[in-house]
Design a protein around this ligand. Structure first.
Ligand code: ZN
Length: 205
């Protein structure tokens, strides 16, 4: 039985490679996310477990933000994450950091609020159903690097595949409400469609 399955797999592989090799376009093979994305887990950065919860939600959208404050190269990311968590709880009365994932200046990805709980916002859109990704920094003033762009696309593609989010439901904060977020140098990649194009290339066929 197992051997049969291996054989069927082999035949399918042969068939798919035939289809690919017959194609004339060099872009015929769509790269997709093969492995789990590398990220700094909550345990890795010293996240303090939740002391309160809110009703859970199902992910239907992916929404991109920036941190909104200038982020110098030498700023301590871990201290920033811990500070943001503590401010969110004590000053805002939120259950946790407002975003589910955060990306630093080097493109490193950090887990933040557990994704089963809706995030939080200082603006007025309904965050239920949204997976919130925040790129640290202020992209009204800062420039998004190529690595940050690629990591953002990879994380977005991974989440989109995992939760079955359609490409046209991947947007930014600004698309839902009056705000500068995610800043002009990040928003331009949403506006010109290049981020979604890259996400589409990375998604599983
Ligand atoms: Zn935002």
């Amino acid at each position: 039985m197992k051997l049969n399955l291996i054989f069927v797999g082999f035949v399918l592989l042969l068939m798919s490679s035939c289809i690919t090799s017959r194609s004339t376009s060099p872009q015929a093979v769509t790269p997709h996310v093969e492995t789990q994305l590398e990220m700094v887990t909550r345990a890795d950065w010293g996240w303090v477990p939740l002391t309160d919860t809110i009703p859970t939600h199902e992910i239907k959208y992916i929404t991109i933000h920036h941190g909104g404050e200038d982020f110098p190269e030498d700023k301590d990311v871990i201290k920033y994450l811990i500070g943001l968590q503590s401010w969110s709880r004590s000053d805002k009365n939120w259950i946790d950091n407002p975003y589910h994932y955060m990306i630093d200046l080097q493109g490193k990805i950090y887990e933040a609020r557990p994704i089963e709980y809706p995030g939080d916002t200082n603006t007025d859109y309904d965050v239920r159903g949204h997976a919130l990704i925040c790129v640290m920094g202020n992209y009204e003033n800062q420039i998004l690097s190529e690595t940050q762009f690629e990591q953002l696309a990879l994380l977005t593609a991974t989440l989109a595949d995992k939760y079955g989010v359609a490409n046209d439901l991947i947007k930014s904060h600004k698309d839902y409400t009056e705000t500068l977020c995610p800043g002009k140098d990040l928003y331009r990649y949403l506006e010109d469609g290049s981020l979604i194009k890259r996400v589409a290339e990375l998604r599983k066929p």
